[in-house]
Design a protein around this ligand. Structure first.
Ligand code: ATP
Ligand code: MG
Length: 631
């Protein structure tokens, strides 16, 4: 079967298709109905079925591969490394589950996890799934305000945290931030469970705070069976990255998610039991949920939980892990690859990478120079994949497990099975069916298994936010702007917010960035549209140079500015030429490494930059402010 036929069948014979995929996981009660879409846009998958995510990720593998590696926890921050077999993982999860129960957590309750990248974070997630509680993982190191608002939204019974994380060898205390967040929040958790790594000393609040080492000891021999839950029972909530505005609380189901992940491990990631998967993301993001914790384990693979920088002790650390654990599938983000690109390329040839079969990249546009660089360095397929926190698994990529397909640089690939991806004209609502037409990337309902069920506690917000933006159509908007070529490959041109209208010409910031990044001295670039009296909007570019030392004088800067404008003129035409090119040391990004274009744009227009709770380095915006608002 060709992939095109496979995709077609997933839409035209939806129930038969997903019934086959549902057989990839274990069910306690088989589903009675594949998809209930009687109340659009709310889809209910595998209705009547009962299952458990933790059972599928852990327990079902124990008999066949109990002594094989399941979770490999590596920290170059604390110089520790520990391999948990499936049997050991099961026991640790049971201890955590018993501890959570003893603190009052029951089915349907929420547990907020505010943790560094350590094994206990995964134990906590799996323990929640085991007992039917919902986890809300909040990226470790988020400031108190961001954490407090998530505490109030999730209303957790228990918060699981640690004394701290570590970055570049420096401990990052978590407990003081957590204490401040709890006092800020209106909701108070009944208990806090703390992993003491011995990094930072902690003050315990009597009656509320508990040591994991104590509870683990009390429950050392605990056996906690998996709680069978309805397929539609929510498994977790997770916030979007906050790139375009206030983060949205995504709610995910259980059965649909398990099936979607199992199917993606087979058709997209081609992971086999006994192999090792290495995702360099963080459990605080959706990639960490789907492809550090659940996906690889559901597939019976070993998964690496890595705490540390990609460049410490040196820029070979990832490749050292690939060699040591014979990683077959690796998942990362363009931003991380760009960090490595600035390092000595010799690190890539230092290790035996022959186990590696593919590198998957997601989260933001993969620019061609970065893709080319890593592709020739690794000599394995580089597979871009486009998705969202909301979708839980790739929307656009290549399903090489179904049929090997060649990738096209600049394109994340084709619509994945289950996704009826369409392009619409944002102002008229007209569907753009022909090739090479630019429009909003949208998905016809029902969203496939694994996608968000709703916005946590806010069905109305789910409908209003996602399903009302294309005039006259009840379709899910991704809020990304794209184009589809004659072969069905999509190209993402930017966020719909980032479409610039210069004197009546609609341009994607992505197109301009792509063009600017082809200049040899450009390491990173961000383009935003800025209001202009004459033209409506003009493009402004912020460039991080590869070699800043040669740009000391004004003349050198002006020269680079001129060269960059020429590149854009030549590739896209003068309409796309940025009105200004500003040289900066660093671009404002979220903690997950995404460009905060809306903040750049707001500063350029002299507006308030809005919710910056997920921003990484406030200094980045300060430099921009000084450049655009001199004096
Ligand atoms: P928020 O929704 O809170 O503004 P966010 O959209 O950045 O934040 P995520 O769900 O983490 O939150 O990111 C999804 C978005 O990331 C997509 O909508 C798209 O804009 C971008 N993206 C993800 N993967 C790719 C890719 N492979 N190519 C281009 N863009 C991508
Ligand atoms: Mg988004």
């Amino acid at each position: 079967m060709t992939y095109a036929q496979f995709h077609q069948r997933s839409l035209t014979e939806r129930d038969a298709f997903w019934t086959e995929q549902a057989a990839l996981i274990d069910w306690q009660q088989p589903p009675q109905q594949v998809c209930d879409y009687s109340n659009p846009p709310f889809a209910r998958w595998f209705v009547g079925g009962t299952t458990n995510l933790c059972h599928n990720a852990v327990d079902r593998h124990v008999a066949a591969r109990g002594d094989q590696a399941a979770l490999i926890a590596v920290s170059t921050e604390t110089d520790t490394e520990r391999v948990y077999t499936y049997a050991e993982l099961q026991r640790e999860v049971e201890r955590m589950a018993a501890s959570l129960k003893s603190l009052g957590v029951g089915k349907g309750d929420r547990v907020l996890i505010y943790m560094p990248m350590i094994a206990e974070a995964a134990f906590a997630m799996l323990a929640c799934a085991r007992i039917g509680a919902l986890h809300t993982v909040v990226f470790g190191g988020f400031a108190s305000g961001a954490l407090a608002s998530r505490i109030d939204d999730a209303e957790p019974v228990v918060i699981v945290s640690a004394d701290g994380g570590s970055r570049g060898g420096k401990p990052v205390p978590y407990k003081p931030l957590l204490d401040a967040a709890i006092s800020l929040a209106a909701h108070k958790p009944a208990a806090v469970l703390l992993v003491d790594r011995g990094l930072v000393s902690m003050n315990y609040t009597a009656g509320r705070d508990h040591r994991w080492s104590d509870l683990r000891q009390q429950h050392l021999d605990a056996r906690v069976p998996c709680e069978w839950v309805d397929a539609t029972h929510p498994s977790y909530t997770l916030y979007t990255s906050g790139t375009t505005g206030k983060p949205k609380g995504v709610q995910r189901d259980t059965g649909g998610y398990a099936v979607a992940l199992a199917a993606s491990m087979k058709h997209i990631f081609q992971g086999n039991p006994g192999e090792t998967y290495f995702s360099t993301s963080d459990i605080g993001w959706v990639v960490g949920h789907s492809y550090i914790v659940y996906g690889p384990l559901i597939a019976g693979m070993a998964t690496i939980v890595y705490e540390g920088l990609p460049t410490r002790p040196d820029a070979g650390i990832w490749w050292q892990l690939v060699e040591k654990y014979k990683v077959t599938r690796m998942f990362s983000a363009p931003t991380a690859v760009r960090v490595l690109k600035k390092q000595d390329p010799a690190y890539l040839s230092k290790y035996d990478l022959s186990s590696l079969k593919a590198l998957y990249l997601a989260g933001e546009p993969l620019d061609e120079p970065t893709a080319q660089w890593i592709s020739s360095a690794l000599n394995v397929p580089i597979i871009d994949n486009y998705w969202q926190t909301e979708s839980g698994w790739p929307i656009l990529t290549l399903a090489n497990g179904v049929q090997a397909q060649t990738s096209k640089f600049g394109s994340p690939g084709v619509a994945m099975y289950g996704y009826d991806v369409k392009l619409f004209d944002e102002s008229t609502g007209e569907e753009l069916k022909g090739p090479n037409q630019k429009g909003v990337v949208a998905i016809e309902g029902p969203l496939p298994p694994g996608c968000m069920q709703t916005v946590w506690r806010d069905d109305q917000r789910f409908v209003n936010t996602y399903w009302k933006s294309i005039p006259g159509k009840l379709v899910y908007s991704t809020f990304d702007w794209g184009i589809r070529d004659e072969d069905g490959y999509f190209f993402i041109l930017g966020r719909t917010d980032d479409v610039i209208n210069v004197a009546g010409h609609r341009l994607g910031t992505r197109e301009i960035e792509e063009s600017i990044s082809s200049h040899p001295n450009v390491a990173e670039v961000a383009v935003v549209g800025v209001a202009d009296n004459l033209k409506g909007q003009v493009a402004m570019a912020f460039v991080v140079p590869k070699d800043a030392s040669a740009l000391d004088g004004d003349a050198a800067r002006l020269k680079l500015e001129g060269e960059i404008m020429k590149v854009v003129d030549g590739q896209l035409g003068a309409v796309a030429r940025p009105s200004r090119v500003l040289i900066v040391n660093v671009l404002p990004k979220t903690r997950s490494g995404k460009l905060l274009r809306r903040a750049l744009q707001a500063v350029c227009e002299g507006r308030d930059p809005g919710d910056l709770t997920t921003m990484d380095d406030p200094a980045a915006l300060q430099q921009v402010r000084e450049l655009v608002q001199p004096g």
